[in-house]
Write a protein that binds this ligand. Structure first.
Ligand code: GAR
Length: 187
């Protein structure tokens, strides 16, 4: 059985799509869901799906190395950042190189980098009157949103679209492509 570990900070609609996609798989399972946010909606989703989850703080993540040790014990085939907002420490990137992937709600290299997440991205896309946006699934390296691109998918943006409209289009693309891209990577 191949093992996934998911990191999420928010509502977890991407985590939900991944859980749903692999729920009956006899080849791939979600082993653990990790969150830095004790109020994140994703925790309720993990509970419902009866998947182990763990909330951690910055010290456990970046200094004490306890999250790193848990990852070493599980030895996951893929570590997935599904709406996770903290930077992955370099020692983790080095150890799990080519095994950590992220989903970003824009067509990188556009609208990437520190502070560019969630609604900040959609606000900027609308403010700049873009005619298209999309999603990028990419490997994680030492710099925000700069790892090698695995998959991009595009949607049209209408002049009348609000940031909330863009967010809906992006979430649709994410749910359509993230689980199948993960599956393909593990084949
Ligand atoms: C997703 O749109 C994801 O692309 C974005 O956060 C959202 C989380 O939604 N990630 C980033 O902005 C990372 N820079 P979710 O909690 O419903 O999956």
């Amino acid at each position: 059985m191949k093992k996934l570990v998911l990191f999420a900070s928010g509502s977890g609609s991407n985590v939900q799509a991944i859980l749903d996609h692999f729920t009956n798989s006899d080849q791939i399972q979600v082993s653990l869901i990790l969150s830095n946010n004790p109020l994140a909606g994703v925790l309720e989703r993990a509970k419902k799906a009866q998947v182990e989850c763990l909330v951690f703080n910055k010290f456990a993540f970046a200094e004490a190395g306890s999250i790193h040790k848990i990852l070493q014990q599980i030895n996951p085939d893929l570590i997935i950042l599904a709406g996770f907002l903290w930077k992955i420490p370099n020692f983790m990137v080095t150890e799990f190189s080519e095994k950590i992937i992220n989903i970003h709600p824009a067509l990188l290299p556009k609208y990437g980098g520190k502070g560019m997440y969630g609604s900040h991205v959609h606000n900027a896309v609308v403010a700049n009157q873009e005619v298209e946006s999309g999603i990028t699934i990419h490997y994680v390296n030492e710099n925000y949103d700069e790892g090698a691109i695995i998959k991009q998918a595009v949607c049209n943006i209408l002049p009348s679209d609000t940031p909330a409209d863009v967010a809906r289009k992006i979430h649709d693309l994410e749910q359509q492509y993230f689980p199948i891209t993960i599956e393909k990577l593990l084949q």
